[in-house]
Ligand binder design. Structure first.
Ligand code: FAD
Ligand code: EPU
Length: 341
């Protein structure tokens, strides 16, 4: 595969940032990846790119961007209760979800319409509406960029956490995820515990739950709340939802005089509560804010947006201002979810 120089990444990141990669190449299989790496030993900085939907380029990329285009998805095995579906890292995530939904295989329906590719799904253990890929993950194969060897990772090896995995920490930038295998249920076990999903299913008057009905409800919520990156540049939630102690939650009620029912939270255990960062940001007055082309989305304050020509630096600076104001008002440090480059 040819390595191109000074390649524009504008169409390759959903924020639509006009960053330039010094070098760029695609790979369609493991052998191509190996050969590109062997032929570019002089380029020490490398990154794997999927759909570019969880990245903010704040400057040009002074290295080699390797775009994963490994395709293919199929059922590779089944047993009494499960079907095992293996997909190439370059497959669009939603196409994999639809492949499973159309065959009435249960497990991925709550994760419908998440942008990006299969190869990135384990990176931050993607999640939505009460499900994370760790619930359905079976194993993956990844190529070590330095050792040039393929390694298998089980769910335990991946050390999945909330928007987290071993690939964001200990093995950051070391592996290219080639393919992922998921374990789907033949007899679906529906999860409609997430309030907004439950409400949407009621609104749609779904009397009989199916994998398809849940997928349709999730798609309906997502299209009503989240900006379509093809229209408004964004990378989904910009920050993680913070986990706070019971004491901190009490302090928020007391110091800010919010009635308990007005502070949304999700109880993890007796001592730990997740608060929606979108609520904290909205309470700081940012929702719908716009400075030149960088903004905070009017329907979901956790989503920062590029209305056209914002630079990555402008989006980043806005995120820093938001972080500071949430820290000043609530004493909570928001952690960015989007990968900053
Ligand atoms: P990229 O943005 O291309 O890459 C993300 C990171 O993974 C980078 O560090 C990159 O180097 C690395 N990477 C990518 N592919 C590989 C690979 N094959 N091997 C090794 N490293 C790799 N996320 C959720 O979890 N839940 C949501 O509900 C959700 N909603 C979203 C809604 C919108 C509108 C948008 C724009 C984004 C949303 N996201 C959500 C974030 C995003 O879709 C996911 O994080 C997705 O998995 C990113 O996939 P990608 O292929 O675009 O990854
Ligand atoms: N809220 C506000 N104001 C806002 C936005 C949210 O007050 O502007 C409050 C509301 O109380 C609302 C609650 O936050 O009920 C939760 O909002 P929502 O259901 O939209 O979910 P979220 O917590 O903002 C998380 C994920 C999303 C995922 C949804 C659905 C994170 C960081 N984000 O968002 O993931 O799709 O739940 O499960 O965990 C992503 O990671 O990019 C992403 C979009």
């Amino acid at each position: 595969m040819q390595v191109q120089k000074d390649f524009s990444l504008k169409k390759y990141n959903t924020f639509g940032i006009a960053a330039i990669a010094k070098y760029y190449s695609t790979f369609f299989n493991q052998d191509e990846l190996r050969s590109i790496i062997e032929n570019s030993k002089n380029i020490t900085t490398k990154m794997i790119l999927g759909g570019g939907s969880n990245i903010l380029f704040t400057q040009n990329y002074d290295g080699l961007v390797l775009k994963n285009e490994i395709s293919g998805m199929s059922i590779i095995n089944e047993d009494k209760n499960y079907v095992y579906v293996k997909a190439g890292g370059g497959v669009k995530w939603h196409n994999l979800v639809m492949f499973c939904v159309n065959q009435n295989l249960g497990g991925l329906e709550n994760l419908s319409l998440i942008p990006g590719n299969v190869g990135a799904s384990p990176m931050q253990n993607i999640g939505a509406y009460g499900v994370e890929i760790k619930d359905v993950f079976y194993e993956l194969e990844a190529f070590h960029l330095k050792e040039k060897e393929v390694q298998k990772f089980s769910a335990d090896d991946c050390r999945f956490g909330y928007r987290d995995s071993v690939f964001k920490n200990k093995y950051k930038d070391q592996f290219a995820i080639l393919n992922v295998t998921y374990r789907l249920r033949k007899d679906p076990d529906f999860n409609i515990s997430y309030g907004a999903l439950h409400a949407e299913l009621e609104r749609m008057k779904i009397a009989h739950l199916t994998v398809k009905a849940i997928s349709d409800a999730v798609i309906s919520i997502r299209t009503s709340k989240l900006p379509d990156p093809a229209v408004i540049g964004n990378a989904g939630s910009f920050f993680k939802n913070p986990v706070v102690s019971s004491h901190k939650l009490y302090e928020i009620h007391r110091l800010h005089d919010y009635e308990e029912k007005n502070v949304p939270f999700y109880k993890l255990d007796e001592e730990h509560f997740k608060i929606p960062a979108g609520w904290l940001i909205e309470k700081c007055g940012w929702k719908g804010y716009k400075k030149d082309d960088a903004g905070c989305y009017e329907k979901q304050a956790l989503v920062l947006v590029n209305y056209g020509k914002a630079s990555g630096k402008e989006i980043y600076d806005l995120s820093e201002e938001i972080k500071i104001s949430v820290r000043e008002k609530f004493g909570i440090d928001l952690e960015r979810e989007v990968n900053i480059l």
